[in-house]
Write a protein that binds this ligand. Structure first.
Ligand SMILES: C[S@@+](CC[C@H](N)C(=O)[O-])C[C@H]1O[C@@H](n2cnc3c(N)ncnc32)[C@H](O)[C@@H]1O
Length: 229
């Protein structure tokens, strides 16, 4: 198996947080903080884009389960959470319905059958991958989606001035040799090109400051919504 940068980086980050913080705090910080707020927003997004009881959802890079926790309050789903750090998956399982499944996966493939998922989401995951890694995931996600199924993923972009703080923070951390993991920006023209090559139809790009999903807060990252024809 390849030695991926993200496995070493996230394993080290989670180990350090678990050693220094109470567990709930460590598990929230490991995925960016704001466990409940962000979970509610992510849940509002997947519902807005068609998630209903009984459907099949793949949550790529599910982390410590912010989304699974929020969905699990009310939804009966065929839920599959995938991540590269076992400690995050173990914690996510403790905060989710017993029927939700959590699987460790350290490849750029999705461990699910062809045409088996109604929605695949990846919140703040391609923000930590190299472009060709995201592309490979998008390719395999298309295999896993049913015809008409949707891919939702969040991203950071230079076109949004609000995202500059993420970039300047990354520059600062790199300057002091304290960068915990890769932070990656992706521009909309690159995403459109990848999606076109892979045979997706774009449904929407949503600005990080917008929240068309109702009363849940915005995501802060931009959102891409694609459909498998
Ligand atoms: C910023 S956190 C977001 C977690 C979760 N999606 C959420 O919104 O709460 C990024 C997550 O992506 C996971 N991750 C990083 N690289 C990955 C990869 N190549 N495949 C799957 N998950 C990955 C990390 O372990 C981490 O849990």
């Amino acid at each position: 198996m390849a030695d991926f940068h993200f496995v070493a980086d996230y394993e080290a980050l989670v180990a350090k947080l678990v050693a220094t913080l109470p567990l709930d705090e460590a598990m929230a910080v490991a995925v960016g903080g704001d466990f409940e707020r962000t979970g509610k927003t992510e849940a509002a997004i997947v519902r807005h884009f068609g998630l209903r009881d009984g459907m099949s959802l793949v949550d790529l890079g599910c982390g410590s389960g912010r989304l699974a926790w929020a969905l699990g309050q009310t939804m009966r789903l065929d839920y599959l959470g995938i991540d590269i750090v076992q400690a995050l998956l173990d914690y996510a399982a403790t905060r989710s319905p017993r029927t939700y499944r959590f699987v460790l996966n350290r490849t750029l493939d999705i461990p699910a059958r062809d045409a088996s998922a109604d929605i695949v989401c990846a919140f703040s995951v391609f923000t930590h991958l190299l472009h060709h890694e995201s592309y490979l995931y998008m390719e395999d996600i298309r295999r896993v989606l049913r015809p008409g199924g949707r891919l939702l993923f969040s991203f950071l972009e230079f076109a949004d001035p609000e995202h500059w703080v993420e970039f300047s923070g990354t520059v600062l951390a790199q300057r002091h040799n304290m960068l915990p993991h890769l932070n990656q920006f992706i521009e909309r023209n690159a995403i459109d090109l990848w999606a076109d090559r892979l045979g997706y139809e774009r449904e929407a790009f949503i600005d990080g400051s917008a929240a068309p999903w109702g009363d849940a807060p915005n995501l802060r990252q931009a959102l891409a919504v694609f459909r498998k024809p």
